[in-house]
Ligand binder design. Structure first.
Ligand SMILES: [Zn+2]
Length: 463
């Protein structure tokens, strides 16, 4: 197959329909407004405003957006064409719902990606085969050859037939330059560097290997799951020919996508923001991180498009979060003080739908560690929905776009399903090729997340 990447050549609707038929999809939730939610400790006690929100929400709508983002577009690397395609899709939807929609552009650093194609169709094709390319290796080239495993880069064992092959080696940063030079001298056409396994539940991500200068062949860094699958295939076939292509993306512009509707309170209405980030890391389709928060935001935008509010509503999807909160920090820097003062609450949603069994806790994550209007509203929504006992927080944690707002004193928090022992206890597919709808998304958890944030945001926005 040639369509291993998210960069499918099929038409948008065709791709979505094809994916729907081919992929095992999570169960669509179907509980009535006053039914007890899955995993909830208590029966809900909703007010009429809550009912307005929960009766309008559709996790099927959200799923359709998620298929476009994580399956048709795939990895959405900040500033590259893939991220821009996602921005255009999201903006088109917000526009359709009647919001005043704009892209907010800002410059970001160069990126270096790679694509692995399996010439004989031996590797599993339900996985993303994007990897990172070394900026100091050969870029914008395609090479092909059988895989030769030389073991650890610190002490490689070279087979006789390296010429014309793609060398794989267990990566160590310090050993990279010598390993790559030796592989090239022996006639290898490319090098795939394999990361060390991380401690459970983490799995190593794909990476762009640093520390090389003008290597004469392409050098790429794969994810832990890709390493395992390549070695498993090598153990059972006598030849595993791969094709690897590298690409440099330079002079990049990333975008925030923001849809706004003026509140009934007029030009100085309070502002309520519901948001997530729509970019992902190299090699990760980003279904849960943060396709889930993106589609929560989009579906709430649809629901609120029919519900007037006193507050001005902003539905925002931040670009380049994964490179260090770049998009949200840029946005906050552009806000004049009177605009900042009008922000009543910013609800960030980063990883709100994992299907990982241990992620039974809904975390209220505050960069200051303190409660604010956003955490108070979600806690109160959790009481009404019957989720109060499963919620923990506010606890101190940054590392998502709420931090950018809290750094300048705006009430914000990040909301996320994670393991109960710690908000750092993330699912194994995190930042990996396995962050897919089939492997890492629960529509039930997504629905509950949408209900919590929708009812909380409405409580703040209507008052
Ligand atoms: Zn994220």
């Amino acid at each position: 197959m040639t369509e291993r990447s998210g960069l499918s050549r099929r038409g948008l609707l065709g791709a979505v329909a094809g994916v729907t038929a081919a992929t095992a999809l999570p169960a669509v939730p179907a509980w009535a407004a006053d039914d007890q939610r899955p995993g909830a400790a208590n029966h809900p006690n909703l007010d009429r405003y809550d009912r307005q929100i929960v009766s309008s929400l559709s996790s099927e709508n959200a799923l359709r957006h998620l298929q476009v983002l994580s399956e048709h577009i795939g990895p959405r690397i900040g500033g590259t064409q893939s991220e821009k395609r996602a921005a255009d899709y999201i903006a088109g939807q917000l526009d359709k719902y009647g919001y005043n929609t704009k892209l907010e552009p800002f410059p970001v650093a160069d990126k270096f990606t790679a694509q692995i194609d399996d010439v004989r169709d031996i590797l599993p094709n339900d996985l993303c085969w994007q990897a990172g390319a070394a900026p100091g290796g050969k870029l914008d080239v395609t090479v092909e050859g059988p895989v030769r495993d030389v073991g650890p880069a610190t002490a490689p064992v070279w087979p006789a037939d390296v010429a014309g092959s793609i060398v794989i080696a267990d990566d160590t940063a310090a050993a990279r330059p010598a390993l790559v030079a030796e592989a090239a001298a022996r006639g290898a056409v490319g090098v795939i560097l394999l990361p060390a396994d991380l401690v459970f539940p983490r799995r190593a991500s794909a990476f762009s290997p640093a520390g090389l200068t003008d290597a004469p062949i392409p050098v790429i860094g794969v994810a832990q799951v890709q390493k395992r699958l390549i070695r498993e295939a090598l153990a059972v076939v006598n030849s595993l020919p791969l094709r690897i292509s590298t690409k440099a993306h330079r002079g990049l512009i990333s975008n925030n996508v923001i849809g706004e509707r003026r509140g009934k309170g007029g030009a100085d209405s309070p502002i309520v923001v519901v948001c997530g980030h729509y970019d992902s890391v190299i090699g990760a389709p980003g279904a849960n991180d943060d396709g889930s928060g993106t589609v929560l935001t989009m579906e709430l935008a649809r629901v609120f498009s029919r519900i007037p509010t006193n507050a001005t509503l902003r539905f925002a999807l931040w670009g380049s979060e994964e490179q260090g909160l770049i998009g949200s920090r840029y946005h906050v820097a552009q806000l004049a003080q009177d605009q900042r003062d009008r922000h009543a609450a910013v609800f960030q949603n980063d990883m709100v739908a994992t299907s990982w069994d241990p992620a039974i806790t809904y975390w209220l994550l505050s960069f200051t560690g303190l409660a604010n209007t956003a955490t108070d509203a979600v806690r109160a929504a959790g009481v009404r929905l019957g989720y109060d006992p499963q919620m923990v927080g506010p606890v101190q944690r940054g590392a998502s776009d709420h931090q950018s707002f809290q750094e300048v004193g705006i009430a914000s928090a990040n909301f996320s399903w994670r393991g109960e022992i710690s908000p750092a206890f993330l699912e194994p597919p995190y930042h990996s090729p396995e962050d897919t709808i089939a492997k890492n998304v629960s529509l039930e958890r997504l629905q509950v997340s949408m209900e919590l944030i929708g009812t909380a945001a409405y409580a703040v926005a209507r008052s």
